[in-house]
Design a protein around this ligand. Structure first.
Ligand code: FES
Length: 222
């Protein structure tokens, strides 16, 4: 997957209204945006982690899954990267157990190495990751401590991967001002996209995609 993505198109007052069907109910939504924004415009919040309205869409967290009816039946799609089309039929967790389970499963995968009592950004309970977790009803971890702790490796959360390389770590030095804590990073890729698209100073990069993840790293001068 390329790391160069498209900017989302945000709805405006002048956006044309189109009719779509959400959970078998007809609703009028802005027709020139993505599904996540369109649903938001009619009061349906979709959990998201990697999506940000002012950053290019990378679509890697899979938290915003909905079902869309198409020629081959109902399929899971990411709402942050699916454009609105007139007449489309969408199913959210309100009517689809499949969407509910898919969101729950991707969230569990994302948080498997991430503690939920995380105080890092100090937002006093306003962490969207934690809110998504509570909404998904994922209240118990399936990670058994005797296995989990072994997997986390040493106290620095480092472990040897299948290729014999030392991976992970709570204090990965990626430059003079940035420290990577791999126990907290959920590979949302926002920092990388911010540096590239807003700061226009691309100093971070990642090879995150939906099937494999590897660490975000700093581009170093040759
Ligand atoms: S918000 Fe859609 S994939 Fe991350």
């Amino acid at each position: 997957m390329s790391n160069y993505y498209n900017m989302p198109k945000l709805p405006t007052e002048a956006s044309p209204k189109v009719e779509i069907f959400v959970d078998d109910k007809a609703v009028m939504v802005p027709g020139d945006t993505n599904l996540l924004e369109a649903l938001k415009a009619v009061g349906i919040e979709t959990p998201h982690v990697c999506y940000h309205p002012y950053l290019p869409v990378s679509g890697n967290c899979r938290q915003c899954l909905v079902e869309q009816e198409g020629p081959r039946g109902r399929m899971l799609v990411i709402s942050c990267y699916t454009p609105v089309t007139p007449g489309m039929k969408i199913y959210t967790p309100a009517s689809s157990a499949r969407v509910k389970n898919a969101r729950k499963a991707t969230q569990e995968f994302m948080l498997v190495n991430h503690p939920l009592d995380c105080p890092i950004c100090d937002k006093a309970g306003e962490c969207t990751l934690q809110e998504n977790y509570m909404e998904a009803g994922q209240n118990e971890s399936r990670l058994r401590p005797e296995y989990g702790k072994n997997y986390h490796g040493n106290p620095e959360h480092q472990f040897i991967d299948a290729k014999g390389q030392l991976r992970g770590g709570k204090h990965v030095d990626i430059g003079p001002r940035i420290l990577l804590d791999e126990e907290r990073c959920v590979q949302c890729d926002r920092c990388v996209r911010f540096m590239r698209s807003i700061a226009k100073d691309e100093q971070l990069s990642s090879t995150t995609n939906t099937t494999s993840v590897s660490r975000t790293y700093a581009r170093r001068a040759p």
